[in-house]
Design a protein around this ligand. Structure first.
Ligand SMILES: *Cc1c(COP(=O)(O)O)cnc(C)c1O
Length: 342
């Protein structure tokens, strides 16, 4: 297997830049379990401020951040409404059910990532002892690289409120959503009781997520984080990477979106590759079955890393700050060579 030179597998593969490493190395630290780490406290204040929320909590991963939020909202025997394709339901090993005793009520996502409001409404259970107690509506933005509109989110939040439900947004890539919508990130977060944000994806920090939201929920989350083993000590080293990411790597997400679009426009000119143009930094490509295995092998042999189904018929390409415009050119040239040789 040749080494990966152009790594489109995920925006999680980004490595901290020299400037970020310097900020991390020089971070002033303390013991965060005692609340003493000044850099971590600065990150939490910055995140709360940028997202327009009362409070913030730093956690080691997006998975722990979502689980902490779900457990802050829901107790044993409560239920949350969630999309089938959402990370918190599908890709987090069932943590809410296993560790939180929270019953998921998954609903199909439409192709655009939304869950129809009437389906949400129909899934909310009445107050009857036969049922679990529906407590929470959870959405995700971006979801599969697609952006939920401000209108949709506002309507969903309004519906949840009307039925006495809390709301959580898995905003692992909320800054990509804000970039695509052309609004401040606080507008995307507006109205949600809690929002989970990944610092370690397109923003380029090596580790960490922040859970922002209502003060009472974030404070409940602090106890849950401890229970889950996420209380860290001199975590200011990590938080410094997060601060650097929030201060330096947000505006440039537009470059990732432009790169993904240019990649998509290039790829779709080849017979046998079909795709929708990406809204953000994630691109899905369908590959005709007769070329799927060979095209996958060709990309791999030429150092292009992607993910997708094992048979190569559905590919996922993700752009991020470690694949520049030259990497897009390279991936397209490697693809051109594949098709030219057939
Ligand atoms: C990556 C991701 C997470 C989980 O983050 P980890 O830090 O990998 O645990 C949660 N939600 C979404 C939408 C994600 O893309």
């Amino acid at each position: 297997m040749s080494p990966i030179r152009y790594d489109f597998r995920s925006d999680t593969v980004t490595r901290p830049s020299a400037a970020m490493r310097t900020a991390m190395a020089n971070a002033e630290v303390g013991d965060d379990v005692f609340g003493d780490d000044p850099t971590l406290n600065r990150l939490e204040a910055l995140a709360a401020d940028m997202l327009g929320k009362e409070a913030a909590l730093f956690l080691p991963s997006g998975t722990q951040s979502n689980l902490t939020a779900l457990m802050a909202h829901c107790g044993r025997g409560d239920e949350y409404i969630v999309g089938q394709n959402q990370h918190a339901y599908r890709w987090e090993a069932g943590g809410a059910a296993v560790l939180g005793s929270i019953q998921p009520q998954p609903l199909e996502n439409e192709a655009d990532g939304t869950i129809p409001l009437e389906k949400i409404e129909a899934a909310i259970k009445p107050d009857d002892f036969h049922y679990a107690r529906t407590r929470l509506l959870s959405l995700e933005n971006t979801i599969g690289g697609k952006v939920l509109s401000l209108d949709y989110m506002r309507s969903a939040i309004e519906l949840a409120r009307r039925h006495g439900l809390n709301t959580h947004l898995d905003g692992a890539r909320i800054f990509n959503a804000a970039t695509a919508l052309g609004v401040p990130v606080a507008e995307v977060a507006a109205g949600f009781d809690t929002v989970s944000v990944c610092l370690s994806k397109g923003l380029g920090a090596p580790v960490g997520s922040v859970l922002v939201g209502r003060k009472d929920l974030v404070e409940a989350g602090r106890r849950i984080r401890k229970m889950l083993g996420g209380g860290m000590r001199q975590a200011g080293i990590l938080a410094a990477g997060g601060i650097h990411a929030l201060e330096n790597n947000v505006a440039r997400l537009a470059d990732d979106h432009a790169n993904a679009l240019r990649l998509a426009e290039g790829l779709r000119s080849f017979n046998g590759l079909t795709l929708e143009l990406p809204q953000t930094n994630i691109l899905f490509v369908r590959v005709a079955p007769e070329i799927a295995a060979d095209y996958s092998a060709h990309l791999e042999a030429h150092g292009v890393g992607i993910t997708g189904t094992y048979d190569g018929s559905r590919q996922r390409w993700v752009t991020h700050l470690d694949v520049d415009s030259a990497a897009i050119d390279a991936a397209l040239a490697i693809t051109r060579d594949f098709f030219a040789a057939r």
